[in-house]
Design a protein around this ligand. Structure first.
Ligand SMILES: NC(=O)c1ccc[n+]([C@@H]2O[C@H](COP(=O)([O-])OP(=O)(O)OC[C@H]3O[C@@H](n4cnc5c(N)ncnc54)[C@H](OP(=O)(O)O)[C@@H]3O)[C@@H](O)[C@H]2O)c1
Length: 273
């Protein structure tokens, strides 16, 4: 059956690389806010031979996400949804991070869930940073009630600020938002299984995308946090996602897959020589 692959944040970085990989065997719909970035991404996808469609999308706005999901369903039944859209702590404040990364994920999952066909998969982008955030019991009570109309306000109020030199004030919100994405993904596993669908998350370490542009003076030190002493290539993440949405990986659901060049292992476990 002809199905459409949907990629939020498909106009840049790992979302764009994933759209290209998924577009090898079917139509792709990408979403993002910036029109110029969207036009460039569509040109790039079409030049690579992808049947590509684009639609304006702000994931923090439930109505925008609902319209985006309807546009996807107009193209074809929905086979795969990759939710890569997010903002980073270096270019957004706490409120913006919570609205886009936390509410945005809830909006995307809820808008697409009723439209997913049996055998389809939704993939959320989390982050290695989510592995470092330890929510309190009070925070978990908020996170486990994602349907609450005041989720964003309650999420922000519960945050424990980091006392770490070199990190911006919004770091706690970014780390927590990605820990939330992982937990919310797990919380949806049974719900998705009830429709014969899967949901999992992927956690990048440091990948060379526009999101890292503001970090240029730290490139060398970031690379040294990995065992390979290099950044990830967006195509490596695209390959991972494209492989794992394949039905041959059909037992994978409710889990996070960490692809960080050994960053977490190196930091958390003494490395053998
Ligand atoms: N790069 C890394 O090292 C790294 C590490 C860990 C996790 N991640 C995660 O991996 C994912 C992809 O990151 P990337 O580095 O590829 O990012 P990127 O190149 O900065 O691209 C981010 C994408 O998200 C879109 N976006 C942002 N806010 C949006 C909104 N409100 N509504 C719709 N689209 C929105 C952007 O388009 P517009 O701005 O035009 O809307 C863009 O297409 C993100 O979830 C990120 O948090 C990245």
């Amino acid at each position: 059956m002809r199905t459409v692959r949907v990629v939020t944040g498909g106009t840049s970085g790992m979302g764009l690389a994933t759209a290209k990989a998924l577009g090898a065997d079917g139509p792709v719909l990408i979403g993002g806010r910036n029109e110029a970035r969207m036009a460039r991404a569509l040109d790039e996808l079409k030049a690579a031979g992808v049947e590509a469609y684009g639609s304006q999308l702000d994931v923090s706005d439930a109505a925008s996400v609902a319209a985006f999901a309807a546009k996807a369903a107009d193209i074809a039944p929905i086979g795969t949804v990759v939710h890569a859209a997010a903002v980073d702590m270096d270019n957004a404040d706490t409120d913006t991070i919570v609205r886009i990364n936390v509410l945005g994920t809830v909006n995307v999952v809820n808008a697409f869930f009723p439209r997913m066909i049996e055998g389809s998969t939704l993939v959320n982008f989390a982050s290695v940073t989510g592995y470092y955030y330890r929510p309190t019991a009070d925070e978990l009570a908020v996170w486990d009630d994602p349907g609450n109309a005041e989720l964003a306000e309650r999420f922000t109020a519960g945050l424990t600020p980091f006392d770490a030199p070199g990190l911006p004030d919004s770091a706690a919100a970014y780390f927590a938002s990605k820990a939330f994405v992982m937990r919310y993904t797990k919380a949806n596993a049974q719900r998705f299984a009830s429709r014969g669908c899967r949901i999992f998350s992927v956690s990048p370490g440091s990948f060379m995308t526009p999101m890292l542009e503001t970090q240029e003076e730290n490139y060398d030190s970031i690379k040294k946090t990995t065992v390979f002493e290099r950044f990830g290539d967006p195509d490596e993440m695209a390959y991972l996602v494209a492989s794992l949405v394949d039905s041959r990986a059909g037992y994978l659901t409710g889990a996070d897959v960490l692809m960080d060049g050994g960053m977490f292992a190196k930091r958390c476990v003494p490395q053998l020589s």
